[in-house]
Write a protein that binds this ligand. Structure first.
Ligand code: SF4
Length: 340
């Protein structure tokens, strides 16, 4: 084994975080954790993972869960297409692979929601296949180790890092090696404050030698997220509130409160609702909130509107039932106001 791997693995075996899927490397647990950790930090994903395992203890349970329950379990974790792919993937594993995760990365990538990174992580962790698993942590660590000039994100950087990782990957423990690189990025070689003095591979690091760690990885200019203004309307009639379920677009599969584009004031909102045939008793402005998606930000003004009559445009639920529905996180302020 090369010296880099020895130093990294010795550190990993002593300091890695004790996580359920590391303590119990069950294929279902590894599959679930890999999908949850795409675009989500470990600390945020962990309680969701534990809840999923409690509620859906087997791959077959996940494959057959109904969509509303799935969305409720996923509520708050974001990137909801992952939840739909998680179930689709579980179905695929059950129907195409008899419930067992295949060993080869190419086969693994046929599963909906499993890309090259997850396939590499699963194949190396579960089956000790000598393949790499390159996530954002690994890209950052190797950019710094070798002072790579390729920008993040970018295919050129991924390719350069893959070559470097494969050259160092020890064939006797590829799973631990991949996990160790990701752990190094998460615990030591952090984006803003790398702890170089504590780093097990400090003696191999070119940017630490050159004292320009903060210049790596090189970054492309980010396009700022697009800001959108919305008015969110809590329509209430006799203790029941109006919601609608989105079947397409950004919040597909989730419930949302009625909303309209732009920031309306009370009288504009009254005109709009009356124009649509609503009979209004009272309108109250209740506050403002924001929610950041990956490429856009919603700036919302929130209103509570008491009606004389319900409208058939929406579904109506009491608070107790609302609390059970998967409601998009963008409406966290509304849910708080309702005490859900
Ligand atoms: S020495 Fe510093 S910059 Fe280099 S890999 Fe370690 S933590 Fe990252």
């Amino acid at each position: 084994m090369n010296e880099f791997s020895e130093a990294l693995l010795a550190w990993y075996r002593q300091y890695h975080r004790r996580l359920p899927w590391r303590e119990n490397p069950d294929p279902y647990w590894i599959y679930l954790s890999e999908v949850m950790l795409q675009q989500t930090r470990m600390e945020s994903a962990l309680p969701y993972f534990e809840n999923f395992i409690r509620e859906l203890p087997t791959l077959e349970d996940l494959a057959s869960v109904d969509e509303e329950r799935l969305m409720k379990l996923w509520e708050g974790l974001g990137y909801y297409s992952r939840a739909r792919n998680l179930k689709k993937g579980a179905n695929y594993i059950v129907t195409e692979f008899g419930g067992c995760l295949p060993e080869e990365p190419k086969e693994l990538q046929k599963i909906p929601g499993i890309g090259p990174y997850s396939a590499g992580a699963i194949a190396s962790t579960l089956y000790q296949k000598p393949v790499c698993a390159i996530d954002g942590n690994v890209l950052r660590v190797f950019s710094r180790l070798y002072r790579l000039e390729h920008s993040l994100p970018g295919a050129a950087l991924t390719k350069a890092v893959r070559e470097k990782v494969l050259a160092l990957l020890p064939h006797e423990s590829p799973g631990d090696f991949n996990q160790a690189l990701m752990e190094l990025g998460a615990l030591i070689c952090k984006p803003n404050s790398p702890d170089c003095p504590s780093c097990p591979v400090r003696s191999f690091c070119l940017s630490a030698d050159a004292q320009d760690v903060s210049d790596f990885p090189r970054r492309k200019k980010k396009t700022p997220p697009k800001e959108e203004q919305h008015t969110v309307i809590m329509l209430e009639k006799d203790g029941e509130f109006a919601v609608e379920k989105k079947s397409t677009g950004l919040l597909r599969g989730l419930y949302r409160f009625p909303m309209t584009v732009g920031h309306l004031n009370s009288s504009e909102l009254q005109d709009l609702l009356e124009g649509k045939g609503f009979a209004i008793k009272e309108i109250h402005f209740i506050g403002e909130s924001s929610h950041a998606f990956s490429h856009r930000i919603w700036r919302m003004v929130l209103f509570h509107v008491l009606l004389e009559e319900k409208s058939h445009f929406y579904e109506w639920f009491e608070k107790k039932r609302l609390a059970e529905l998967p409601i998009a996180s963008a409406f966290r302020a509304v849910k708080q106001w309702l005490g859900l």
